[in-house]
Write a protein that binds this ligand. Structure first.
Ligand code: NAD
Length: 365
């Protein structure tokens, strides 16, 4: 196993690991540990090349710092990615990844993410204890996805309310990109309140799972999801999807979904404002999973009711961010960043997930 330190400006520590025996080629990025050890998921993906994987882990790690700051988890931000080899996932791959995580000495704690499952993390756990979100049976907090979905659902309603004056879902049309773990729970919540769903996925197997429970959902091709006329688009696949090509096509009033780093570039937050589309900052609305796993690290051990209480404050955080954005004439994405940066500057987590009273005034950016 070869572990190389990479010097990246703005990041506390970044390592690249190569293990020919297992086929592992992975990166761990620790962005900022001002508020605590860096916690963020382990992504396993068929990246086109090394640069794509490094770019992904860096932006995801920074996003985790901001997410944890606003969600008041007492944690810093980090992330890891595995470049999936041609033969796909193997137990040896995840054991090797566990050894890389162990070499960080607790600076980085991992969890599930796109392309990884609890079974994969169980392999990682054989080599390191710095793993969260394992099965409930072992005293862990379990799969974070249902908690992320709960936060996204509540945040989606708060976004609809801020944009349209009502959070009632009966008869509303919600377009969803991706039918993975988070989206499927989200669809359950939305259907239960009478929403009409249009969904897409690149994997037929994911759509089959949705159709088996909710045969009435409308399915469209991945490319046409941006053209669907709906009340709200919930991006629940991968990041970087709101860009110069997709934003002009959107026919929705608001965007609120689980995917990390939905804006291709920061300027796309302003492009959404210009189109009158209210955007729920991704790392604020999708914090349910990290909030839940962070409750595993409480001195008294995992406590679900503390987790749910915190997750249920996500709509409050979003509503305050929308208000500040409007008052200061900035996009919600920028308002959320201001908040996270003010929390990091103060070097302490607020007692509640939002501390907007300390947000800078208009024009200070
Ligand atoms: P998942 O892997 O279970 O689902 C993602 C789905 O998106 C897959 O079914 C995949 O086939 C599909 N997909 C990929 N590219 C697509 C495209 N171009 N068009 C349509 N579908 C596409 O992942 P998940 O756990 O549901 O997470 C979804 C998103 O939410 C990710 O961006 C993840 O980082 C983010 N997120 C997840 C959690 C969590 O708790 N799982 C927490 C915070 C953020």
């Amino acid at each position: 196993m070869q572990i190389t330190e990479l010097s990246i400006l703005g990041y506390e520590r970044v390592v690249e690991a190569l293990d020919p025996a297992s086929g592992l080629h992975a990166f761990i990025a620790v962005h900022d540990t001002t508020l605590g050890p860096a916690l963020g998921g382990l992504r396993a993906w068929k990246y086109t090349d090394r640069e794509a994987a490094l770019w992904d882990v860096l932006r995801l790690a920074k996003g985790m710092t901001y997410k944890s700051a606003v969600a008041s988890t007492g944690l810093g931000g980090g992330k890891s990615v595995i470049m999936l080899p041609a033969n796909g996932k193997t137990p040896e791959l995840f054991r090797a990844m566990g050894r890389v995580i162990e070499s960080m000495g607790g600076l980085y704690i991992t969890a599930e993410d796109v392309g990884t499952s609890i079974a994969d993390l169980e392999q990682v756990r054989l080599e390191t204890r710095h793993v969260t979100g394992l099965s409930r049976d072992g005293g862990s907090s379990g799969n974070p996805s249902p908690y992320t979905s709960r936060g996204v659902f509540l945040g989606l309603k708060a976004t609809l309310k801020a944009r349209t004056g009502s959070d009632a879902l009966a008869g509303r049309h919600i377009a969803i990109q991706g039918a993975g773990a988070v989206a499927r729970h989200l669809i359950d919540f939305l259907v239960a309140e009478g929403a009409k769903i249009t969904v897409c996925d690149v994997a037929k197997s994911a759509l089959d799972l949705v159709r088996a429970v909710h045969p009435q959902v409308n399915i469209v091709s991945p490319e046409s999801i941006f053209d669907v006329e709906a009340d709200l688009l919930a991006p629940c696949a991968l990041g970087g999807i709101l860009d110069d090509n997709t934003i002009p096509r959107l026919r929705v009033k608001a965007i609120a979904g689980a995917a990390n780093n939905q804006l291709k570039e920061p300027r796309h937050g302003a492009a959404l404002v210009a189109r009158g589309i209210l955007y729920a900052p991704d790392y604020v609305i999708n914090a349910g999973g990290i909030i839940n796993v962070s409750c595993e690290l409480l001195p008294e051990g995992y406590n679900e009711s503390r987790s749910l209480t915190k997750i249920d404050r996500i709509p409050e955080a979003l509503t305050e961010i929308f208000t500040i954005a409007e008052r200061q004439g900035i996009s919600p994405a920028v308002a959320a960043d201001h908040l996270a940066e003010s929390i990091l500057r103060a070097k302490t987590c607020p007692a509640v997930p939002v501390g907007l009273t300390s947000a800078p005034e208009k024009g200070s950016q």
